[in-house]
Design a protein. Structure first.
Length: 405
């Protein structure tokens, strides 16, 4: 199950940390030192931003580039992020923080958001659709493998998912007329269209869906708090002069998600989704006891069979012990993060629509159910006497939280 690079990200196989970075070089002794991911579609923008900040500060600039494409699909662990911020540079630019979740790698701090970007709905210019609800029934919508927009089809059943290995292939499908729309990372869309000089042929609109919007921040270690404070002062001045907007456009807007008038508040969305989920699966809400004990959602036989199905279809990318290989780990606190606030249904949607990478969605329903049972077992959920069904897995709002040691 190989996933594309900047998935900003579900972290569906952590479903949380939204960027992958490759450390290189040592921090400069003086001046402003920044780290920039050269594989990011907005790397050139971050370079311009760094130069503008350095000029505003009256400082020298040292840029350390790294290639996240060489870092493996699972990216850096929190410890490695800390190493990057402590040893390589004062600030790691362009880190996208989920506006609904708001977490950063453990041990690091983030500046006030200087930009706002995220996943967008892309259509042909002639289309009048600006939201998922406004797309015609049975529209085919391209998404990139293991990115957050894969989750939105559950709430928009009239749409059909068309899964692609990367953003470029998804946009090619839209360009060829094979799909009606695409849900993709805005900086990737901007770069692709600018490379082909086709910006006038397509429209894109901010997705008003959960985990679709991200704030761009600079990460730093506490030892570099002074550099972070200077960065924020420079950003304030650049915002006031209008220069920041010119640097970021059209890859991002200035400020954080809370400054965007087009985006409904996360609290309103959660309220709406909670009511919907309560209607669809009231039995699940009762199954979680008040003391937070994990409910038994599957049988032992399902998990045992799921292990074999996992080894046959998933282990090549994710490793036989779910520790990750070409694909990310599917077990542990980073995969099943409490901060991400995802449910069993969210993960099962990805499993059933995106697996295996060679033929997404091609396995029998029962195989996906048994693989899900195995994933739950490996993340500390107990087996019981009642079998998990495909519909239950699709609708379950039981929180997915790692319950191992």
């Amino acid at each position: 199950m190989k996933r594309s690079r900047f998935q900003v990200r579900v972290h569906l196989c952590r479903i949380g940390v939204a960027a992958v970075l490759m450390y290189g070089g040592a921090a400069a002794a003086g001046g402003l030192s920044v780290c920039i991911d050269k594989a990011s579609p907005s790397a050139a923008v971050e370079q311009q931003l760094a130069r503008a900040v350095a000029r505003q500060e009256g400082n020298t600039l040292s840029v350390h580039t790294f290639d996240s494409d060489e870092g493996g699909d699972d990216g850096f662990s929190p410890k490695e992020f800390s190493k990057l911020a402590r040893q390589s540079c004062d600030l790691v630019l362009g880190f996208p923080v989920d506006a609904d979740e708001g977490s950063v790698p453990s041990g690091l701090q983030a500046t006030t958001p200087y930009g706002h970007t995220g996943f967008v709905l892309v259509t042909a210019r002639r289309s009048k659709a600006t939201t998922l609800d406004s797309l015609p029934g049975n529209s085919r919508v391209a998404v990139t493998y293991l990115t957050t927009p894969n989750l939105y089809f559950a709430d928009h059943p009239k749409l059909q998912a068309d899964v692609h290995p990367n953003d470029r292939d998804a946009l090619k499908a839209l360009r060829a007329g094979a799909v009606n729309a695409a849900m993709l990372w805005q900086p990737s869309v901007v770069r692709y269209l600018s490379e082909r000089d086709e910006a006038d042929s397509f429209s894109y609109h901010e997705l008003r869906e959960p985990h679709a919007q991200f704030d761009l921040v600079a990460l730093y270690d506490h030892d570099h708090a002074e550099a972070a404070a200077a960065f924020e002062r420079a950003i304030t001045a650049l915002t006031a002069s209008g220069e920041l907007a010119k640097v970021l456009k059209p890859y991002a807007e200035t400020g954080g998600a809370q400054l965007s008038p087009r985006r409904p508040s996360a609290s309103l969305w959660r309220s709406r989704r909670t009511r919907r989920m309560d209607r669809r699966c009231a039995t699940d809400s009762k199954s979680q006891s008040d003391d937070g004990a994990a409910p038994a959602l599957f049988t032992k036989a399902q998990a045992e069979s799921g292990k074999q199905k996992f080894l046959e279809n998933c282990a090549q990318c994710h490793g036989p012990t779910l520790a990750g290989r070409a694909g990310p780990a599917l077990k542990g606190p980073n995969f099943a993060s409490a901060k991400a606030k995802f449910h069993v249904s969210d993960i099962f949607t990805i499993v059933s629509q995106n697996m295996p990478a060679t033929e997404p969605g091609s396995l029998p329903h029962q195989d996906y159910v048994e693989i899900m049972a195995f994933l739950l077992q490996q993340n500390g959920y107990p087996d019981g006497s009642t079998q998990l069904t495909f519909e239950q897995a699709k609708e379950s709002k039981v929180k997915l939280i790692y319950r191992g040691d």
